[in-house]
Design a protein around this ligand. Structure first.
Ligand code: NAP
Length: 253
């Protein structure tokens, strides 16, 4: 059975590793190409956009994809929307592998906002030293708040994405652990953290570290994703794939 895995997350990598061990499944991993040096995958990997819904539908048909798993990041809403539309058009079963969002704990000081633009006023008007862990493509709104200084962590160089005088760049790729995150926040005298509500364990340590230090965290809520069949972990995704295999066999395909 030929399966497409839309990737770019730790869960997609784990699913890819599990599928690579299966002789009965011919899977292909797709990445957007946002990072110049992606972690190598044991699955055959294609890189780059498909060209919207039309391009994806064409590609699914050409490649005779029997089922697809959308394991993209919770904030990759366009890709998920395109996948839902293209798969529905062709009758290709689609599963969303979607990790649950983080929830605030009693000792957390979260300010939850709906968009990245709303995170900026949530930082307040007085100057603060802010840790931005939002991805380099989401930095632009913070240029309107030059009273703050920023420590920006990203996988790729940020270039001129945040053209302010007091911006320090920190290049790193998760997973991160809590002790190191706490040491970083203390060493850098961070006063507020901004994050997407990504969910999952790979980048949760900053939330726990901020809690331990009593720091405020501006948490940007997730965009809406299309309503498709959904699971929260790799084991459940593998069970769904097994179900699709059985259904194909019953139909004699
Ligand atoms: P997006 O806004 O939903 O997608 C924009 C376009 O990028 C899509 O229309 C598609 O181009 C292409 N694309 C996205 N994911 C793709 C994939 N897995 N394979 C092939 N093409 C893909 O996505 P994004 O937020 O820019 O995220 C891009 C990638 O980075 C995703 O794979 C996501 O899992 C990963 N990622 C995103 C975030 C985040 O915070 N957004 C964080 C970590 C990882 P076409 O229309 O041309 O097909």
């Amino acid at each position: 059975m030929r399966i497409l895995v839309l990737g770019g997350t730790a869960e997609a990598s784990a699913l890819a590793a599990a599928l690579a061990r299966r002789a009965d499944i011919d899977a292909i991993l797709s990445l957007a190409g946002r990072t110049s040096n992606p972690r190598p995958s044991p699955l055959p990997t294609r890189i780059g956009g498909f060209g919207g819904i039309e391009g994806l539908a064409r590609w699914l048909a050409e490649q005779r994809i029997a089922a697809a798993v959308d394991a993209t990041h919770p904030f990759a809403a366009t890709m998920s929307g395109n996948a839902a539309a293209a798969c529905a058009r062709l009758g290709v079963p689609l599963l969303g592998l979607r990790r649950p969002p983080w929830r605030a704990e009693p000792d957390d000081h979260w300010i939850e906002v709906a968009t990245m633009a709303e995170a900026v006023p949530a930082l307040g008007t007085s100057p603060r030293h802010v840790f931005l862990t939002v991805g380099r493509l989401e930095l632009a709104p913070f240029a309107t708040a030059p009273q703050h200084s920023y420590l920006v962590r990203s996988i790729e160089p940020i270039g001129d994405a945040l053209p302010l005088p007091r911006v320090t760049e920190l290049r790193a790729r998760g997973p991160f652990d809590e002790a190191a995150e706490r040491a970083l926040l203390e060493r850098e005298h961070i006063e507020a953290v901004v994050t997407k509500n990504s969910g999952g364990s790979a980048t949760y340590a900053k939330i726990a570290a901020a809690r331990a230090l009593g720091l405020p965290v501006i948490v940007v809520a997730r965009p809406k994703k299309p309503a498709v069949a959904e699971v929260a972990n790799v084991a459940a995704a593998l069970a769904w794939i097994a179900g699709q295999q059985r259904a194909l066999m019953l139909r004699g395909v």
